[in-house]
Design a protein around this ligand. Sequence first.
Ligand code: SF4
Length: 96
Amino acid sequence: MNSAQNDKRRQLLKAGCAALVMIPIVAVSGKAMAAKNAAMRTALKYQDQPLGDKQCSNCLQFVPGKTPTAPGGCKLYPGDTEISPRGYCTAWVKKP
Ligand code: SF4
């Protein structure tokens, strides 16, 4: 095996190792995308159940998820991507 072949082989091994290292990083970052703003949830007494007919999906502050039943966000909860459309908190305001 000549020097050029060894260089090529080293490059392939490095690329393969880099790909293997990236698998857990992608898996972890995928989970990191889903986040809860615990401080705001506590402050505004967020709950995953509606209060009567008051729920996030009919609140002015709700930012819908990908589907009507998927978790979304809230304009008052920075970084929180796990707001249930059927959730509720004390800041609820009827959507016009
Ligand atoms: Fe839901 Fe409260 Fe945000 Fe309204 S303000 S969308 S009730 S979390």
